[in-house]
Design a binder for this molecule. Structure first.
Ligand code: BG6
Length: 482
């Protein structure tokens, strides 16, 4: 199949944890779609590796079932058969001797090798060491690691050290799937591809910035993980932090991995510690047909948060004095992720007080219904004098771009970037550590004070205190009720 996309060289992709949930939901469907787009060139192969005893034949059946369950439409028979013919399986023990020789026998010497660690972080170091010891990797090989990358700064540093002993930083791809989302990359395109916004992109013109990532799902099925993580570790330390970086960073000199990551790192390092009264934590309660958070994590006294809202500041020239409000939670009213840039009022209103207060707002809707809206102030139509209203200049990407708006999903893009050797959309070791260095004292503060999250009704906007966080600054949240 010929590809319209940037070509990639032939590769062997080994997925450790190849029978697991992430592989089935994301990695295998993503690879199937890339195969259909012509991006598994030559004899490129996908090799599932896991502890489960399976033949390659049975693994192909599992892959077929995963695709049927997780692709929007059933794949057609011939294409599926051609894809499955590129798949093998090895039973392997990450900490033992089983399977490594079988894996070595499957790998082709002339292809790019990527090893995807879709397993818990406790196995990262062992896998990296074993891959090296077995001579399966050379300096062109890559490893891909999933979040959570550590539980705090100390564990993240140890993980980095374990990986660094075996691989160079340019071979390590730390995934934050938010960076692979089309609209998240659009943040950079909007800011640095247009002359319109950048001159106004600072505390002189911007009153504040809000970032909301709201989900309707709860944590059922991931209770054990989530009880130890909470919204702070699960979303704030990584996805929300990355959105903040892209919104707040200085223009990099080039769109290349280190130029972009250097600028993101500066944002994280410029973050002030957050005052305890600028953080609201919440926990969802039961609603009709859905259990409470405490039931979902099977811990009646859980102090873990399923919601967090906070106000933070960046100590640098561009953003001094501009608050950033970040909010994320589960079991909220709608699934909606958006960033709103609220500009300041015009310095003087020539229309008098009766025309009201008006300002511009730029809203970047990340998901669903990706698009950008700019609220501008105009005269209200009619003969009633000079009354002003705010109306949106609305650009829905689906309307503006048609089918082109449906780009590859985050995992498709990120895995192909691994094969191309492009690290721009992956987190560097110092970035991850800086994010933990900011997060750790916040979490330690809760532990020391014995903070308990505020209960909130499922399918609402979260705890009332979260609205208060903005109201006491004379502001309102945007976002969840679109
Ligand atoms: C994951 C978190 O990283 O991101 C989940 O672990 C969360 O808790 C998910 O639900 C959200 O991703 P998306 O792409 O659905 O917004």
């Amino acid at each position: 199949m010929e590809s319209r996309e940037n070509p990639v060289d032939p590769f062997d992709l080994v997925v450790f944890g190849g029978t697991g949930d992430l592989a089935q939901r994301k990695i295998l469907p993503a690879m199937f779609k890339r195969f259909c787009a012509g991006q598994m060139p030559g004899e490129s192969r996908l090799i599932g590796a896991a502890r489960r005893e399976l033949s390659s034949e049975s693994y192909r059946v599992l892959v077929g079932e995963a695709l049927a369950a997780h692709l929007p439409a059933r794949p057609d028979g011939d294409t599926l058969a051609a894809f499955l013919a590129r798949i093998d399986y090895v039973q392997i023990d990450g900490r033992g001797d089983t399977g490594w020789q079988d894996l070595a026998a499957l790998l082709c010497p002339d292809r790019i090798r990527a090893f995807y660690f879709s397993v818990g972080p406790s196995l990262f170091g062992d896998l990296a060491q074993r891959i090296r010891a077995e001579g399966l990797a050379d300096d062109q090989s890559r490893i891909v690691v999933e979040k959570p990358f550590g539980h705090d700064l100390d564990t993240a540093q140890r993980l980095n050290a374990d990986l660094d002993r075996q691989f160079m930083e340019c071979q390590i791809y730390r995934i934050d799937h938010y960076l692979g989302k089309e609209t998240v990359q659009n943040l950079m395109a909007v800011r640095f591809g247009n002359m319109l916004f950048e001159p106004l992109w600072n505390s002189q013109y911007i009153d504040h910035i809000q970032i909301t990532v709201a989900e309707t799902v709860g944590v059922a099925g991931r209770g054990d993980y989530y009880q130890n993580a909470g919204a702070m570790r699960d979303m704030m330390q990584n996805h929300m932090m990355q959105l903040l970086c892209l919104i707040a960073m200085e223009p990099p000199a080039k769109f290349d991995p280190d130029a972009v990551r250097d600028e993101k790192l500066k944002v994280i390092r410029a973050l002030d510690p957050v005052e305890p009264h600028h953080i609201i934590r919440g926990q969802y309660t039961a609603a009709e047909g859905v259990p409470s958070f405490r039931e979902d994590v099977d811990n009646p006294r859980s102090k873990t948060e399923s919601f967090i809202a906070l106000r933070c500041h960046l100590s640098n020239w561009r953003w001094a004095g501009t608050p950033f409000y970040l909010r994320t939670g589960k079991r909220l009213k709608t699934r909606s992720s958006q960033i709103t840039v609220v500009f300041k009022d015009a310095p003087h209103s020539i229309f008098g007080r009766e025309s009201g207060r008006h300002n511009n707002e730029l809203t970047i809707q990340l998901q669903p219904d990706e698009g950008i809206t700019l609220d501008v102030t105009i005269k209200e139509p009619g003969a009633g004098g000079m009354k002003l209203i705010d109306v949106p200049l609305d650009m829905s990407f689906a309307e503006a771009l048609g089918p082109e708006a449906d780009g590859p999903d985050a995992y498709e893009r990120l895995i192909m970037d691994v094969i191309r050797g492009n690290q721009t959309l992956f987190m560097r070791n110092d970035e991850v550590e800086a994010a933990w260095a900011w997060t750790d004292p916040i979490i330690k503060g809760w532990e020391l004070r014995g903070d308990v999250p505020k209960p909130y009704d499922s399918f609402t906007n979260g705890p009332d205190d979260s609205s208060q966080l903005l109201r006491r600054d004379g502001r309102e949240w945007r976002g969840i009720k679109r």
